[in-house]
Design a protein around this ligand. Structure first.
Ligand SMILES: [Zn+2]
Length: 113
């Protein structure tokens, strides 16, 4: 299961961050997950508690924020949102774009103690 290995590596990251901060309890964690990151929200929500069992991330509130596919055009400067994973400006059609969101899988914030 793809989500379980992702959850396991996320828990490892969390453990390292908490160790660095000297924190022992993780109250909540917010993830920023792109709509086209390849990570499915529901399976991930199911996998996370399994991966977190016996770690400081156990019993944590997991919040997943799904982001839209958004690109910023370097030619015309406009930001456009797509329904498909398209790295192209929706305004002028330029392919010289920067992907703002939609493909990421990252920790947005953590509430620790
Ligand atoms: Zn453009």
């Amino acid at each position: 299961m793809h989500e379980l290995s992702l959850a396991t590596s996320l828990v490892e990251q969390i453990t390292v961050i908490m160790g660095n901060e000297g924190a022992s309890t993780l109250h909540s964690i917010t993830l920023s997950v792109g709509r086209f990151s390849g990570v499915e929200k529901e399976p991930f929500e199911f996998a996370f508690p399994l991966a977190a069992e016996g770690t400081p991330a156990e019993n944590t509130r997991l919040i997943i924020e799904v982001t839209e596919m958004k690109v910023k055009c370097k030619a015309c400067g406009k930001e456009t949102v797509h329904d498909i994973p398209l790295a192209k400006c929706g305004k002028c059609g330029s392919l010289d774009v920067e992907i703002v969101s939609g493909r990421e899988f990252k920790i947005k914030s953590m509430e620790v103690e």
